[in-house]
Write a protein of this length. Sequence first.
Length: 176
Amino acid sequence: MAEQVTLWETELKEAGVVEVSTLRASNSDETARVILDLIGKKDREFLIVLSLDKNNYITGVHELAKGTSDHVVTTIAAVIRFACLTGSHRIIIGHNHPMGNVLNVSEEDIELTLNISRACCLHNIELLDSIIVDYQDRYLSICQIIEINEKIGDGKALTEEKLLAIIEEVNNAKQE
């Protein structure tokens, strides 16, 4: 006699629509503007995921987690689940720092970005960026910081001093 197991359905339910300043995530500035529009003025931390097609057009937004005034908790599995269910070719994650400065990048912010990037690779999904925004309409791209840190290649940990130097380099590059 055959054994029985529960049959489950996993569905993605549309929760409405949101207005964004652009549908194409062609650079960090445009993407940051979208994230700022969505969560920049929130009074607690939110983590969102932007789903992108192969041409970097935003096809969906998921408010993945709501936190407190100084942190938000999520799982890598939740990010990947949304990306897979929406058929994303690429994703961008974003979260806000409602109480402080975007320059206050924590080790957890960087580790989460690296771990999501690794998990995305396993599913043939590209993590294009991980952006932090604040209530003063500022933003910081963690992926740019990681990329610059790897280019430096000095084998040293990402200290606050080194982070500030990298941020200055990113900002100088934006002005050129």
